[in-house]
Design a protein around this ligand. Structure first.
Ligand code: NDP
Ligand code: 2IT
Length: 444
């Protein structure tokens, strides 16, 4: 049996209750097969793949918090420190009721390769909790964040592990978490990114994932003789990534006609009004029915449906496995020419395969959404030199990092005879860097 198949089999056996982790590992190992086959003896001797698929450590802890009525609740908190071969662990915190160890292991694993692709010195990690911020008051969210950090602070550090936001964790949560770290330790350190602009945050970090997705897409389209001008786009999600993806797509001349949240979705034939969307989601923290109320021409539908709309390009920006085989078939039938992932692993393995075989352009989240973590690393740089850069400076660095990622994955795919297969290109390029660093540092 090949080395890849042996390790995959063992991962499936050992992690049977963690389907998302198995899915992420399968995608990566399948697409680095060519490189592994070429180096089988060297990698086997160092048990490189076995070490790559096992997190350095997983920390889990109890997070008790009190609601506004005085009732005590207990949540689970986690930090998965996956791999620090190329830099301190770096990756977001997710607060969502679906969070369990398997979700955070898949996200941490993806983060290792994503962070390698940014070219910046950051390793991979992820954390979070099954806490649901929806419908909670600011005071409840604050008490939860304080309790979460009271345990997490022991395991993080500016040169050790630097968390940031993800689903359910934005500027408000990062502020409360940072305040508690400072209160416990008295130290003013760069232990979180995505901080507010008045206390060490970086300009453009809020926009970075969505903007970066569009910069990466621009470059991939350019390599294929296409562009965003007048393209009709479908975006899912209505959170941090989706909002700024829509904003940048419109700046590039496209028309984005959809967005969604966990209750329903919007079709706005005139193009999504970003100012209204920001007011609904960032200020009021309301549902998309509120968007419809402010935009009478738009349609609101309950449930899922974004991928049924006719579009040139699609950008899944909500959550994992939100675009399945049926959705992929609908996109292809409607003439869609490209799917560019803003979320982490939003497309199922079979949908990805179908889209690629149907000749669509397809970029994996670990490449196309790397702008967020890249700008987090730029925030760390600014904190280290105790300076803040202008928005233009950060944006121009973000742009060149994203163009670079697009070019790197295109070149890697081509080098291994898989021209246009950006999934393979991204996984191979990320893997090669991490593998070299791990081999150089001995067995650990
Ligand atoms: P937010 O919490 O800001 O927004 C998430 C959006 O997706 C919301 O509209 C939410 O709807 C929707 N959503 C979440 N879970 C589900 C679900 N199970 N079913 C349907 N809709 C859902 O998160 P982000 O925008 O930050 O993250 C979105 C994706 O991008 C995630 O995959 C994340 O890992 C990834 N990502 C984020 C980065 C960042 O910097 N923030 C960087 C790189 C990737 P509702 O509010 O109703 O729950
Ligand atoms: O998935 C991701 O890359 C993020 N949620 C951002 C992580 C970070 O450290 O900025």
């Amino acid at each position: 049996m090949s080395y890849v198949d042996e390790v995959l089999e063992s991962v499936k056996k050992k992690n049977a209750a963690e389907p998302e982790f198995i899915q992420a590992v399968t995608e990566v190992l399948e697409s680095i097969r060519v490189v592994v086959d070429e180096n089988e003896e060297k990698y086997r001797k160092a048990a490189l793949l076995e070490r790559l698929v096992e997190p350095d450590r997983i920390i889990t802890f109890r997070v008790p918090w009190t609601d506004d009525n005085g009732n005590v609740h207990v949540q689970r908190g986690y930090r998965v420190q996956f791999n620090n071969a190329i830099g301190p662990y770096k990756g977001g915190l997710r607060f969502h009721p679906s969070v369990y160890q398997g979700i955070l292991k898949f996200l941490g694993f993806e983060q290792v390769f994503k962070n390698a692709l940014t070219t910046l010195p950051i390793g991979g990690g992820k954390g979070g909790s099954d806490f649901d911020p929806h419908g909670k008051s600011d005071a409840e969210v604050m008490r939860f964040c304080q309790s979460f950090m009271t345990e997490l602070y022991k395991y993080i550090g500016a040169d050790v592990d630097v968390p940031a936001g993800d689903i359910g964790v934005g500027g408000r949560e990062i502020g409360y978490l940072y305040g508690q770290y400072k209160r416990i330790t008295t130290a003013y350190e760069s232990i979180l990114t995505g901080k507010g602009l008045t206390f060490g945050g970086s300009l453009i970090r809020t926009q970075a994932t969505g903007y970066g997705l569009m910069y990466c897409t621009e470059e991939i389209l350019k390599l294929n003789g296409k562009n965003m001008k007048d393209a009709v786009c479908a975006v899912s999600g209505a959170g941090n990534v989706a909002i700024y993806a829509i904003e940048k797509a419109q700046q590039l001349g496209a028309k984005v006609v959809t967005c969604s949240d966990s209750s329903g979705w919007i079709y706005d034939p005139d193009g999504i009004d970003v100012a209204v969307l920001k007011d609904v989601k960032e200020v009021k923290r309301a549902r998309l029915t509120e968007y419809k109320a402010q935009r009478p021409n738009a349609e609101y539908h309950e449930g899922k449906g974004v991928w049924s709309v006719k579009c040139d390009y699609a950008f899944p920006c909500a959550t994992q496995n939100e675009l399945n085989l049926d959705d992929a078939k609908a996109l292809v039938a409607n003439g869609c020419q490209g799917v560019f992932e803003g979320a982490n692993m939003p497309t199922t393995l079979e949908a990805t395969k179908y889209l690629q075989e149907s000749g669509l352009l397809f970029t994996p989240g670990k490449a196309s959404n790397a702008g967020g973590v890249a700008t987090s690393a730029l925030e760390m740089s600014q904190n280290s030199e105790r300076l803040s850069w202008t928005a233009e400076e950060v944006d121009s660095r973000l742009k060149s990092i994203m163009y670079g990622i697009a070019d790197t994955m295109a070149a890697s795919a081509e080098k291994y005879g898989m021209k246009g297969n950006y999934v393979a290109g991204a996984n191979i390029a990320g893997f090669e860097k991490v593998a070299e660093a791990m081999l150089a540092q001995g067995i650990y």
